[in-house]
Design a protein around this ligand. Structure first.
Ligand code: BGC
Length: 829
């Protein structure tokens, strides 16, 4: 197995759902799960085709109440290719090929990440002793976003005789990929037309039932035998909601029959087309053959890899290859969702990719973990994804108004038009109960959006974006936070109530009628950071833009001064750890909660990642305990350096002590169940300079989140994009100590003891930088381009660097046998 492919050498029905998700192919515009060519939904198989931004709403009834959900629609399956034997005498047809009804002699499925191809090769023996070889390859073009192609072949090894081949575009699909949602309505598509054109091109035209989003698929089919074209007239397949063609021919022993299927996908939202059906037919008719299309596709991937590949060297060759392979798998899937083709599509980043139906394709705060990777490599994609938010600024203003606040309040879960898409009730599969869902109280998503705008501007210096879009979002979000903050006269402080932090296990105080918590530390510090940033943001804008924006937003000095007052007066709570030393409280009152019986529950349930479900099924609630689903307070150490955090906390009027970070990390790390895959990424990051061994363990676990489906079944419903990107970013920024601050690109590398070498290329303000970290030195080489010099910071000093120049900094080599380093993340600069 090379460092560039994922290989499965036997069929495993239990793992098929996971493999379908991991072998998904996509190009940012659309994606298809890695289902077998002949598979229909059912048993272990779930073919799924998803369009970026392709949502539809349906109303279902739950407990006698109408509940509306918006889902990322499963669009027609364009994969189906199959065959069956015909009787020699009367041509009577046998059953279609079914993997479950034959003996599998050989099986190999390979995801080639370098070229973006999925290959499958089978040898099967049927009940009559006929041995056949079936091979197929497919790709979803990274070069031409409306195109995909399959090359399928059947080789009779010990038989010859009449067969029938079938290729289809199948619109008889529903959203049935997530068991928990199956009692809800799931039929999103209405067929407009389907058929076989006289020249043998298939087409299927469908529309979503509510959003009226039309998709047309067209397929050009070409038959050949051992590469020589075969002329066989297709018969149309008669099926409601599907377009199909059948070919009858006689297979010769040892001679391959090949079917090439080139598919075009267009929608009513595409640019530069007259009408989707016309576009699909025209495009597929004019398309090149599989091999030529594959070449263009491979070139597009090789260009992406040039920007994104990073190489780490581990102690052993095997570990090195395995780790690089998983890191590439993560980059591969990230780029299949956030590719350059999203430009102009008005889409966000669905937390579970375009790989499955979990979370209904909604967009959460996970981009916080994703953008740093894009910022340093293809920042134009971040810009597009931020524009998705900008276009929903009015919807966010409306949400704020509806909740009685000023400014803009973005929803916790976002879909087509920016309204709140968080489900009102969710099913606990452990108890079978539908429960109210309070998670929309995670207003911290707003802080993340503002933070992301600022980081993007830091990475790119894109002042046009800031002037036209970014500043307005940032300031309107700041205004929302100022309006939700209240003055607590008794404490002479500002408080934020009724919210949830990232830790979803706490959504209310024990026994309270109302949901939400008071003074979530992560939220309050983020808000303080944002409210302080407002003036700096305005100062950065060219004078006229600043004037105009302030006029438009009716933002004056008084309001800015009030924001500064809130920023410095927001409450941060502390309580004592076991040794009586203060740690930051996740929220006000956290210290009064009960300690949780971690050992007892682990012994009783084994896997206790989803303690919310376990406790609810027992008639209890996590709200009573000191436990967290995921990093919450620790997010602060993930997003801010020790220096920044100190400034923030002191700026809020609290005294800083140098061991606070270390104690707080230890405290929450002992009380986190990692029920979200994001959690290990954060904890590994914050531990990197505190407990290096634990940090490495968590990094290794985070790497395995999806490829080994460590949550036991969730990856089959869609990959975890935040954790995928987050692990790569841990290498990119965590191990290099990369930080963007005050227009300087700071480095403070510290490789884990297990790594000897790290190499990658970064983009920063127009420069391409080759970065190499060894145990004893950091080397930065700026490639030879005529762009403005940039500033690199290392060890408190700032160096200018321009195209063609190199900087080399010696690093002190840590002793791998020393006790865990107790210094908090070093402040740079
Ligand atoms: C996590 C959230 C995350 C969401 C989508 C949840 O399990 O708790 O933080 O945004 O998944 O990935």
């Amino acid at each position: 197995m090379s460092g560039w492919s994922l290989v499965y050498d036997h069929f495993d029905p239990k793992a098929e759902g996971l493999r379908e998700a991991l072998c998904t192919l996509g190009n940012g515009y659309f994606a298809v799960r890695g289902a077998a060519d002949e598979a229909e939904a059912g048993g272990p198989h779930y073919p799924g085709t998803y369009l970026a931004g392709g949502y539809n709403r349906l109303v279902s009834e739950v407990g006698g109440r109408p509940i509306e959900n918006e889902d990322l629609v499963n669009f027609p399956n364009w994969l189906p290719v199959s065959f069956r034997h015909l009787s020699q005498d009367d041509g009577e047809a046998g059953p279609w090929f079914d993997l479950h009804a034959v003996e599998i002699l050989d099986y190999r499925q390979e995801l080639d990440m370098a070229g973006g191809l999925l290959h499958r090769r089978l040898r099967i023996k049927d009940a009559e002793g006929r041995v056949s070889r079936i091979e197929s390859s497919r790709f979803v073009s990274m070069a031409q976003p409306n195109l995909a192609a399959q090359a399928w072949s059947l080789t009779p090894e010990n038989w010859g005789g009449p067969v029938e081949l079938r290729a289809m575009l199948d619109g008889r699909v529903i959203n049935g990929g997530v068991a928990r949602y199956r009692s809800l309505r799931s039929q999103h598509l209405v067929t407009v037309s389907a058929g076989l054109e006289p020249d043998g091109v298939l087409h299927l035209d469908v529309e979503t039932s509510q959003s009226r989003l039309r998709m047309v698929q067209a397929a050009r089919l070409r038959l050949s035998s051992d590469a020589a074209p075969l002329r066989v007239d297709p018969e149309p397949e008669q099926a409601e909601g599907a377009a199909g063609a059948r070919f009858r021919l006689v297979a010769q022993e040892g001679e391959a029959i090949e079917l090439e299927k080139v598919v075009a996908v267009f929608t009513g939202r595409d640019r530069a087309v007259s009408e989707p059906r016309l576009a699909a037919l025209q495009t597929v008719r004019g398309a090149e053959d599989f091999a030529k299309l594959a070449q263009r596709h491979a070139l597009a991937w090789s260009q992406l890899w040039r920007r994104f590949d990073m190489r780490i060297s581990n102690r052993t060759v095997e570990d090195t290859e395995e780790m690089n392979r998983i890191l590439r798998l993560h980059v591969f899937h990230l780029l299949q969702v956030c590719s350059p083709h999203i430009c102009d599509l008005d889409v966000g980043v669905p937390a579970r990719g375009l790989h499955g139906e979990a979370y209904r394709g909604h967009i959460f705060w996970d981009e916080l973990y994703i953008f740093p990777l894009l910022n340093q490599r293809l920042p134009e994609i971040t810009r597009e994804l931020l524009l998705y938010r900008y276009r929903r600024l009015d919807a966010a203003r409306q949400l704020a108004r509806d909740a009685g606040h000023a400014g803009a309040m973005y929803p916790w879960q976002s879909g087509s038009d920016g309204r709140e898409e968080t489900q009102q009730v969710h099913l606990n599969p452990k108890s079978g109960r539908w429960l109210p869902d309070n998670s929309q109280r995670q207003r911290h998503v707003n802080a993340a959006i503002a933070y992301n705008v600022w980081q993007y501007v830091q990475a790119t210096d894109d002042l046009e974006f800031l002037s036209a879009y970014g500043a307005e979002m940032l300031l309107e979000i700041a205004r929302f936070w100022a309006s939700i903050s209240e003055r607590d006269g008794s404490q002479d402080r500002w408080v934020i109530e009724g919210v949830m932090g990232p830790d979803e296990y706490h959504d209310a105080y024990p026994g309270a009628d109302e949901g939400g918590l008071r003074n979530n530390a992560y939220t309050n510090v983020m808000v303080s950071w944002l409210l302080r940033r407002a003036r700096e943001v305005l100062d950065r804008l060219p004078f006229h833009h600043r004037e105009e924006l302030c006029e438009r937003l009716r933002l004056g000095d008084d309001e800015l001064a009030r924001w500064e007052e809130i920023a410095s007066g927001l409450t941060l709570c502390f309580h004592d750890d076991e040794d009586g030393r203060p740690v930051i409280s996740q929220f006000e009152g956290y210290g009064d909660l009960l300690e949780f019986d971690w050992v007892g529950y682990a012994a009783k349930y084994g896997d206790i990642q989803r303690l919310d479900r376990i406790l609810e099924a027992e008639g209890d609630t996590p709200n009573r305990y000191k436990l967290s689903k995921q990093a919450d307070v620790l997010m602060l150490f993930y997003l801010f350096s020790a220096r920044e955090l100190r400034e923030l906390i002191e700026g809020m009027g609290y005294t800083w002590d140098d061991r606070l970070i270390e104690r707080t990390i230890a405290y929450y790390s002992a009380r986190t169940s990692h029920g979200s895959t994001l959690s290990r990424v954060v904890e590994s990051w914050v531990m990197a300079r505190v407990d290096r061994r634990r940090s490495w363990q968590l990094f290794c676990q985070a790497l395995k989140s999806d490829v080994f489906d460590i949550q036991g079944g969730t990856t089959a419903e869609g990959i975890h994009l935040g954790a995928m990107a987050g692990t790569v970013d841990l290498v990119q920024r965590g191990y290099t100590g990369l930080e963007l601050a005050e227009d300087v690109l700071w480095f403070n590398p510290r490789l884990p003891d297990e790594l000897s070498h790290l190499e990658m290329e970064l983009r920063y303000r127009g420069h391409f930088l080759q970065i190499e970290v060894k145990r004893d030195r950091l080397r930065i080489l700026a490639s030879n381009h005529a762009v403005k010099p940039i500033r690199i910071g290392f060890d408190g000093e700032i160096h200018d660097i321009t195209g063609g120049q190199e900087l080399v900094f010696p690093l002190s080599v840590p002793n791998p046998n020393s006790a865990p380093n107790s210094a908090p993340r070093q402040a740079t600069g």
